[in-house]
Ligand binder design. Structure first.
Ligand code: COA
Length: 389
């Protein structure tokens, strides 16, 4: 039985910062951000969006009444949780109108947890093939103003419906994992921005990629040349390029060119959104599937998931004949329609997120075009609004 990704949809902010402008404001050469980091624009998340609204906004457009009836597992993977106890998935399930008999949980391991969600979901569906699982990676990547990590921020959510006989990608049952205690990136409960050893984390990422990629090839008897393309977690798009380059010696010159051409499609949309932690690998997969003219049904794609702290996993999936039917085809146009904000406006947005304090708070959501918005906090409870209700 085939099990895998049946539908994928993305949501982010309607606002972005231009990386050339950000570089100039920070006294950096624009090419450092555009080429050296590999980012052209960065989503600027308004206070009226948090991981709950991003997750719900990502999922609702792709779900039919039949899907909602069949879903009995919802995983929200996030680094940017809003509560130390209650799972964000419960709010999301409520906003989406999911069945009350749904298992709703939040998963955490930096940028990796979306993959843990996908693997849990595919195992669940293999046991219950008439059921579907919804996995959402939702994050707001915050490193802080004027820090080296600033140009690698961003945010958004990718929603994936996992089912039997999937339209998009049939997932393999084999994967290779690596997990060790590494202090490359972490965020203590009292911090709203990540603590990171940037260069160290980039090196660990490459080490983990090489370890799980080679481990996967050896343990499954797969040849690197069997893989049409490699898709990476992209904290910034140059990171994936570095990992890809480290694998090129394993294939012929012709295939090296082909892998690099496929990678350019896989990073296209991430260049305009920035990092979205748990959703980053899956936005890159969406980018690959939406913008790559050279993909064909039957192609095997390799996926590398990485979360600092650290955990890495490599697995593969086979592209299905109707993959285009399951995709968020309006995404490139949606990104092109976003409004640019100045660096000053972005800094104001950055500082005006819902404050981590008990007071009642009201947020201005009038200009937020999304269906689900965060309107504030009352009696220490976040207030969500479905504008369609
Ligand atoms: N034109 C083209 N490239 C330029 C350039 C210019 N004018 N100026 C600098 N560069 C290149 C550098 O050579 C470097 O490329 P390389 O990595 O291939 O050597 C790149 O731009 C970044 O420059 P660097 O000086 O290393 O940047 P930095 O010290 O400001 O930090 C990160 C970069 C990625 C470490 C930092 O953004 C960070 O900490 N990010 C968050 C952590 C992260 O995302 N980790 C990834 C694993 S999860």
């Amino acid at each position: 039985m085939k099990v895998g990704i049946d539908k994928m949809h993305f949501a982010s902010s309607h606002l972005y910062v231009d990386m050339t402008e950000l570089a100039r404001a920070r006294g950096a050469e624009p090419d450092k951000y555009l080429i050296g980091i590999g980012q052209a624009q960065m989503a600027a998340i308004p206070p009226s969006q948090d991981i709950v609204t991003l997750a719900a906004n990502a999922a609702y457009p792709m779900l039919t009444a039949e899907d909602i009836q069949a879903i009995d597992l919802l995983v929200v993977a996030t680094e940017s949780g809003i509560d130390n106890s209650k799972a964000s998935a419960i709010y999301v399930a409520h906003l989406l109108g999911l069945n009350r008999r749904t298992r709703t949980i939040e998963m955490k391991e930096a940028c990796y947890a979306g993959t843990a969600g996908v693997q849990l979901a595919q195992e669940h569906v293999r046991v219950h093939p008439d059921k579907k699982a919804l996995v959402i990676g939702a994050d707001i990547a915050r490193y802080g103003l004027n820090t080296p990590g600033e140009p690698t921020q961003g945010g958004g959510a990718v929603a994936m419906l996992i089912s039997a006989d999937p339209q998009i990608l049939a997932l393999g049952t084999e994967s290779t994992l690596l997990s060790e205690d590494v202090m490359d990136f972490w965020r203590p409960l009292y911090h709203t921005e990540a603590l990171v050893d940037g260069k160290f984390s980039s090196n660990i990422y490459i080490d983990y990629f090489q370890d799980v990629f080679k481990g996967y090839l050896e343990s499954t008897g797969t040849s690197a040349s069997d893989l049409t393309a490699l898709v990476f977690h992209l904290p910034y798009t140059k990171m994936g390029l570095k990992a890809l380059r480290s694998a090129l010696p394993l294939v012929s010159e012709t295939q090296q060119e082909s892998w690099v051409a496929h990678f350019e499609c896989a990073r296209k949309l991430n260049r305009y959104v920035g990092n979205l932690y748990t959703g980053s690998l899956y936005l890159s997969l969406l980018s690959q599937l939406l913008t790559d003219p050279k993909l064909e049904a039957g192609d095997r794609l390799g996926l590398f998931s990485y979360g600092s702290g650290a955990e890495g996993e490599f697995y593969t999936g086979v592209l299905q004949a109707d993959y285009a039917n399951g995709l968020d085809t309006g995404l490139p146009q949606c990104l092109a329609r976003r409004q640019r904000v100045s660096v000053t406006e972005y800094e104001q947005l950055f500082k005006s997120q819902l404050a981590w304090k008990a007071d009642d708070q009201e947020l201005d959501y009038a200009s937020d075009p999304h269906r689900f918005v965060l309107t504030g906090q009352h009696d220490e409870q976040r207030q969500y609004l479905d504008k369609w209700a």
